[in-house]
Design a binder for this molecule. Structure first.
Ligand SMILES: [Zn+2]
Length: 162
């Protein structure tokens, strides 16, 4: 995966240009634009935050804040969520399609290594006999971070991010 997507693979993704919203954004100052759409059978509903900068010749210019990395951009690309071209070309872009499945796979791998029962509902288990304390701590830490991401990904699916 390249760090920045090339024009040819970007064209596979639906685009969202800030210029499309110019009229409604000049009339009043808004913090975000609510988007509702369906992509590959999944429904998405959330608000994309905006940023405003002053123009040299007066007036203001609006930008999207990428929902993934919060960088300013004038075009977002859809890969499930709308993200900037850096995110869609990077690691996150490839994970957007099936974020939860990937996270669960990684969680299960850690749980297997620790000898814990599969499934995060079973919570944190004991340190296996013979495993180094620091290894155990590292795996538990990783497990917790992945669990937090699973929750976040579930919220994203439900459209609770803002
Ligand atoms: Zn981004």
């Amino acid at each position: 995966m390249p760090a920045i997507a090339t024009a040819s693979n970007l064209s596979n993704h639906p685009k969202l240009k800030i210029s499309r919203y110019r009229d409604q954004l000049t009339r009043k100052r808004v913090e975000g634009v609510q988007v509702d759409y369906e992509y590959r059978g999944k429904k998405y509903s959330y608000s994309i935050r905006l940023s405003r900068t002053a123009c040299n010749y007066g007036g203001n210019r609006n930008w999207w804040l990428c929902p993934s990395c919060t960088k300013r951009t004038s075009v977002l690309y859809c890969a499930g969520l709308y993200v900037c071209r850096h995110c869609i070309g990077g690691k996150y872009g490839s994970q957007l399609e099936q974020p939860i499945d990937n996270l669960f796979r990684r969680l299960d791998r850690i749980r297997t290594r620790l000898g814990w029962q599969d499934g995060i509902a079973h919570g944190i288990g004991e340190r296996p006999k013979g495993m180094h304390r620091s290894t155990y701590d590292r795996l538990v830490n990783e497990h917790e971070q992945l669990t937090a991401k699973v929750w976040q990904a579930s919220l994203d699916k439900l459209g609770c991010t803002s």
